[in-house]
Ligand binder design. Sequence first.
Ligand SMILES: C[C@@](CO)(OP(=O)(O)O)[C@H](O)COP(=O)(O)OP(=O)(O)OC[C@H]1O[C@@H](n2ccc(N)nc2=O)[C@H](O)[C@@H]1O
Ligand SMILES: Nc1ncnc2c1ncn2[C@@H]1O[C@H](COP(=O)(O)OP(=O)(O)O)[C@@H](O)[C@H]1O
Length: 274
Amino acid sequence: MLAFPNIKINLGLSITEKRPDGYHNLETVFYPVALEDALEIRTSPNADRKFTLHQHGMEIAGNPEDNLVVKAYLLMDKEFHLPPVEIHLYKHIPSGAGLGGGSSDAAFMLKLLNDHYQLGVSEEQLEVYAATLGADCAFFIKNRPIFAEGIGNIFSPVELSLNGYQIMIIKPNVFVSTREAFSNIHPHRPKYPVMEAIQRPVQEWKDTLINDFEASVFPQHPVIGEIKEELYHQGAIYASMSGSGSSVFGLFAPGFVLPEINWGTDVFCFKGKL
Ligand SMILES: C[C@@](CO)(OP(=O)(O)O)[C@H](O)COP(=O)(O)OP(=O)(O)OC[C@H]1O[C@@H](n2ccc(N)nc2=O)[C@H](O)[C@@H]1O
Ligand SMILES: Nc1ncnc2c1ncn2[C@@H]1O[C@H](COP(=O)(O)OP(=O)(O)O)[C@@H](O)[C@H]1O
């Protein structure tokens, strides 16, 4: 059985406070975008180990046991005693990009196992399992635009459609650790709360919808800020770093001819439609 885990982008990201458990409360809108990995599971009844992970495409650091798809499988195996599986993961989503690729793989693994083995787990319960694997993992269960609070796992519906808009996502060869990005943040209440800013026309987002990580990440990695500037220069209506970086996305009007930009070697570039 096959699935295609997609990415999310963050529309606005306010880090509002540090919590006693060391995590941070935040406010953001997660929006799904069709940049995808491919994930397949096959039952392997006679295997002498519970899982075998076959990786293709971009490399991810770490042992198979560290991979979030394996963690998701082991979590469900503990609850439901699953048969051994062969897992095939084709990585197309860049890692450490603020696009939630690992979290998406994990959430789609939970959904895949639930469907394939007819476990009958509700979406709400899948969200609970997902939240134990990563702060933004639960988003990918329902996988539709949502306003998120808490550590990124308390959801409220948001009325927002960017259907028809075009997107460019650029990721330079720069690694930003999420943990490190948080440690450089001074949490505060935003001037324009994300939920308010998002209701305004996209043309106004440039001045109202802020990703708080930019202020700490851009000085350390100027290339990321330069990419954002270039996207505006090339006609983006709104551009922002996603999550804790290092990718930057630009939203372009429907029908706009997306620019051909030579970003240089080692730079990942995706063009698509919302
Ligand atoms: C902050 C966001 C916004 O989208 O960043 P990106 O990962 O997308 O860049 C995400 O919610 C991240 O979610 P996720 O990447 O799943 O985070 P986790 O693996 O659970 O946490 C990585 C580390 O970030 C810090 N962390 C994470 C989430 C949070 N609300 N507060 C934190 O302080 C913690 O130090 C934690 O050890
Ligand atoms: N299936 C996976 N895909 C990508 N990264 C994974 C995966 N499993 C574990 N990881 C680890 O999670 C870290 C964060 O990856 P990812 O979710 O892609 O980035 P981000 O949180 O910036 O969007 C990576 O450094 C990687 O080592």
